[in-house]
Design a protein around this ligand. Structure first.
Ligand code: SF4
Length: 441
């Protein structure tokens, strides 16, 4: 947990557990629990392990080991030839981890267990075994053991609530149960990581030169900062972003030339990540003063092809005299994916690609708002637009679609469509604001 995020360890041990809010997507899959066990329990489990080791079984499953108040539960222990305190044999630790990518928290979990395993048996073990679905991998831990040993005092302080710790609000926080709590904490202290693009390393560097919060950054003379981790361009952006937040106003950096067309299409596409298909292409069609919403739906993967064909047929009504406005690069990627998947005409795809305009990159490059992040919802909310259901977000929409897909809950589908139509309307609000404030014509 510490290697996922030190604050996560701290909050799971000492934080107000009632403030935890499980992300709707994760809630669908599993509930998390706080794995802090009593020393008595661990002691009796460790005793059981010792007894099994003394018996000398070839494999021992799911057992606890401990050393110096540190303990670990190991998926599998396999007997090897090596002298230990138990006799002319010892056990190597095996972790069964399916196909989870080998990121730092997983590596350090293995390192920690190998360390305890080695001390518990009084052997010199410098590896652990990672059991993937099909293969086994030996992971040598010589470098990582030093990292672990130097981090242990900090981990101990966190567990004892004997440390001053604050959240680094980064991308990894988006699906964390503590995201709302930590975001509020970060806001209270005006933490630097609230600024989009500032992560742990940049924060650490800025703090080392006494730039400790957003206000300090807004007032900083960045010409005097020589950074190892951020470019001058990034620092300029961070300062402007901090200034916009402190002064609560938008900052226009460059004028932009927008495409012109009588027919404007504001498109938002949603996929079902759980079931791996695109289920809606939502589109607000604006023709001068008239605006109308249309949705192209796939109720199941089987209907996905029909959905994209209907959308392309609908576009053909406008020849190539239309502009598609969208938010982020996801939409063009979805069109490409679907065109290739169903072997559709590349003309349809190029018609979409050449007439598409992504509104998202304009923010940051050309205009800065007093916001901590540039999601469609945050930007449109700042411009005064309200979703019909203010609590909904992209994740809720996925959950709503699941309710329709699995339980055939019609109300859930209607809500998901309504959310999509609001996303499309939000694009209209944003585009009109940009034209008003940024257009070079
Ligand atoms: S929200 Fe972010 S900082 Fe807070 S505990 Fe979760 S990952 Fe750590």
């Amino acid at each position: 947990m510490f290697y996922k995020c030190p604050m996560l360890l701290y909050l799971n041990k000492h934080g107000p557990q009632e403030e935890k809010e499980i992300h709707p997507i994760i809630k669908k899959r599993h509930k998390t629990s706080v794995p802090f066990l009593s020393p008595e329990f661990v002691k009796s489990e460790v005793k059981k392990t010792s007894n099994l080791i003394k018996k000398g079984n070839d494999i021992i499953n799911q057992k606890w080991m401990s050393f110096n108040k540190l303990s670990t539960k190991i998926d599998k222990l396999k007997k090897i030839k090596e002298n230990s305190v138990f006799g002319p044999y010892a056990y190597e630790p095996i972790f069964t981890r399916g196909n989870i990518p080998l990121r730092k928290p997983l590596v350090m979990e293995g390192v920690f267990s190998a360390y305890i395993c080695s001390k518990f048996q009084d052997i010199d073990l410098n590896y652990f075994i990672l059991q993937r679905e099909k293969e086994r991998e030996k992971f040598v831990i010589s470098d990582e053991i030093d990292i672990l040993l130097s981090d242990l005092p900090r981990i101990k302080k966190i567990l004892e609530d004997n440390i001053d710790i604050s959240p680094d609000y980064t991308r990894g926080c988006r699906v964390c149960e503590w995201r709302i709590y930590c975001r509020n904490l970060a806001k209270e202290t005006s933490d630097l990581t609230l600024i989009s693009g500032i992560g742990k390393r940049i924060k650490k560097e800025l703090r080392s030169i006494s730039i400790t919060n957003v206000k300090d950054l807004a007032e900083a003379d960045i010409t005097k900062i020589s950074s190892d981790v951020a470019s001058k361009r990034e620092l300029t952006y961070f300062k402007l972003q901090a200034t916009a937040i402190i002064e609560k106003k938008d900052i226009i950096r460059n004028k932009v030339s927008f495409p012109k067309s009588k027919i404007e299409l504001f498109v938002d596409i949603e996929g079902s990540s759980h079931h791996n298909f695109i289920w809606i292409i939502g589109c607000f069609i604006r023709d001068e003063d008239k605006a109308e919403y249309r949705s192209f739906l796939a109720n199941s993967p089987k209907e996905e092809e029909k959905m994209i064909i209907s959308f392309y047929e609908f576009l053909s009504e406008f020849k190539d005299k239309f502009i598609i406005y969208h938010w982020s690069s996801a939409e063009p990627q979805y069109f490409k994916q679907l065109t290739e998947k169903y072997n559709l005409s590349s003309n349809d795809l190029s018609n979409v690609t050449k007439n598409s305009f992504d509104l998202f990159p304009i923010f940051k490059e050309n205009i800065i708002l007093p916001l901590y992040s540039y999601t469609l919802k945050e930007v449109a909310n700042w411009l005064g637009f309200q979703w019909h259901d203010p609590l909904s977000d992209g994740a809720t929409s996925i959950v709503l679609f699941d309710k329709w897909y699995i339980e055939r809950n019609k109300k859930a589908l209607q809500k998901a469509i309504s959310y999509n139509s609001d996303d499309c309307r939000a694009l209209i609000i944003i585009k009109d604001y940009l034209i008003k404030n940024l257009s070079s014509d």
